[in-house]
Design a protein around this ligand. Structure first.
Ligand code: ATP
Length: 518
């Protein structure tokens, strides 16, 4: 495996080119919150639009489901704030907890399962400290150095595996004295707010920690108000909020993020087949947007990892990307879960509203050729993707260093995702070239208007303009030069190879249509 790309360089490029900024930057930032700049907002929209296209508009590219019929999905857009009863029914109010520990000395708070400890290779002798750290943070290297000084050869174990009576010897990540860590406590990840002016405990509400519940609570409304029949799916994209204990790794673990979720309702007997269908379809989708290499994988979760809703026999697969900060390990970008009928059953019970589906195509045959019908609570397959993690994976995959080029850093974005689709330059800002490049820019912009931005740039040396576009991930640049005025041809430069060729001015739009697969 090649060495991981530099996250510092990727983050610097994101800021320099306006992909991603720290939220509230000029006030020192707000931990766990990120804003998307002009290029990032467009990249994110392009990814969301591709998902929408392949999920809602033309599900799975027109592929047939395991029942041999076209896949049926309808969209929804539900509120961020719902009745707090939704979160009681869904289990989030009770169980959406990450056990966490505090450091009494530094006041830092850590997710219990994120803290590891350097301990001696052999039996610990004497009462030297054990050195706690959080992986992928500066504390990791710092504590390792101290541990090696104290013990010589050391190994890493999760804090959770150390007997609690030895915690008095644990030196917390940034602490000076041992024994400052508290016992683990449950911590609810939902953001709390108040609805209305009085702000009493009766007015408490929560920002949704996932978009999925908005779908479940409208299952009956959608069935009653549209012509959908099980099997079908409901999809929505939108913001979700989790008060993560240790937000980190750029946008990977944020406190405000966006999800793209499908809840696919099917007959219990067909759930296993639909689960396999969605697992394969979603993996293929991530490949289709440019994550096709060895950094993408799918992993069936072990039984001990399954979420609170997963029942016996219910599977969950994580689609994972090897981010530079997780390498050689992988981080989840989408989970595909077989949720059985947990959600509909719990909402039926708590809301006292019947959510069963009457399936007139099932049941015993009747003499008139019809069927008796069957009433059941559908099972659900949930492909739940993170848009921000998707964007981050795409950026990490596209980031390329090539010191031999005038632009040593470039983004090899799939043209479908590139926020800038093409750029047009005059070689120099004189001798009639800007007039021709303006005309070409207007023509290309008009042709690509619905698909993305086309830049026109007359300033700086041509090398610098190419470098800017390479960093923005723009696939093709067209340059008007002296020869253009003589023979109506233009140079087109390919971002990935740097190779240049001449084509007729009239061939520019067809060239781009092919390149962008429009
Ligand atoms: P993790 O184990 O990494 O906390 P999760 O299993 O809790 O994630 P899900 O509840 O399955 O995540 O959410 C579905 C998707 O939402 C994830 O695959 C991920 O892409 C995204 N997601 C979840 N939490 C965050 C977060 N804090 N920041 C950004 N994206 C997130």
């Amino acid at each position: 495996m090649s060495t991981p790309k530099s996250m510092d360089k990727i983050m610097a490029l994101c800021k320099r080119r306006g992909f991603i900024y720290q939220a509230s930057d000029i006030y020192g930032g707000l931990n766990g919150f990120w804003d998307y700049g002009p290029l990032g907002a467009q990249l994110k929209k392009n990814l969301r639009d591709l998902w929408w296209q392949d999920v809602v508009m033309h599900p799975v590219g027109g592929a047939l489901g395991p029942d041999g019929k076209p896949v049926d999905i309808v969209p929804l857009d539900s509120c961020i704030i719902q009745s707090p009863k939704v979160w009681v029914a869904s289990g989030h109010a009770e169980t959406f907890n990450d056990p966490m520990i505090d450091c009494r000395e530094t006041k830092a708070r850590y997710r219990f399962d994120h803290v590891s400890v350097y301990v001696p290779e052999g039996e610990p002798e004497g009462n030297r400290p054990f050195f706690a750290f959080v992986a992928d943070t500066p504390s990791e290297a710092k504590q390792k150095k101290k541990a090696e000084k104290a013990w010589g050869a050391v190994k890493v174990v999760p804090l959770a595996t150390l007997a609690q009576d030895t915690w008095v010897r644990v030196l917390a990540p940034e602490a000076e004295k041992v024994g400052s860590l508290t016992e683990p406590r449950a911590f609810n990840l939902m953001f709390k707010t108040y609805v209305g002016a009085t702000a009493t405990e009766d007015d408490v509400a929560y920002l949704r920690p996932e978009t999925a519940q908005g779908i479940f609570i409208h299952f009956k409304n959608v069935v009653d108000s549209t012509r959908v029949k099980v099997p079908f799916g409901i999809a929505q994209t939108g913001k979700a909020f989790r008060n993560e204990v240790t937000p980190r790794n750029f946008t990977f673990r944020s406190r405000e993020f966006e999800q793209m979720e499908i809840e696919f309702f099917c007959h219990p007997d067909e759930a296993a087949a639909w689960y396999r269908f969605w697992r394969d379809a979603r993996l293929a989708w991530w490949k289709s947007i440019g994550l096709a290499g060895e950094n993408l994988r799918i992993r069936e979760q072990g039984k001990d990892e399954l979420a609170h809703y997963a029942k016996d026999g219910a599977g969950t697969s994580d689609i994972e990307y090897r981010f530079p900060f997780t390498a050689p390990d992988f981080g989840e970008i989408e989970g595909v879960a077989h949720r059985a009928n947990f959600d509909l059953a719990t909402h039926q019970q708590h809301s006292k509203t019947k959510l069963e589906y009457f399936d007139s195509d099932r049941g015993e045959p009747l003499p008139n050729g019809g069927k008796k019908g069957e009433r059941y609570l559908p099972h659900v397959i949930e492909p739940s993707a993170g848009l921000d993690r998707g964007v981050l994976a795409v950026l990490c995959e596209a980031f390329t260093e090539d010191p031999s080029r005038p632009s040593p850093e470039l983004l090899r974005l799939d043209p479908k995702l590139a926020p800038i689709k093409a750029a047009v330059f005059p070689l120099v800002a004189k001798e009639g070239m800007p007039e021709v490049s303006e005309r070409l820019h207007a023509e290309v912009s008009a042709a690509l208007r619905r698909f993305g931005a086309v830049e026109h740039d007359v300033k700086a040396t041509i090398g610098k303009r190419y470098a800017r576009m390479d960093e923005a991930g723009c696939p093709s640049c067209f340059t008007i030069d002296g020869q253009t005025l003589a023979d109506q041809t233009v140079t087109v430069r390919d971002r990935d190879t740097g190779a240049q060729q001449r084509i007729a001015l009239t061939a520019v739009v067809p060239y781009l249509r092919e390149k962008l697969a429009l």
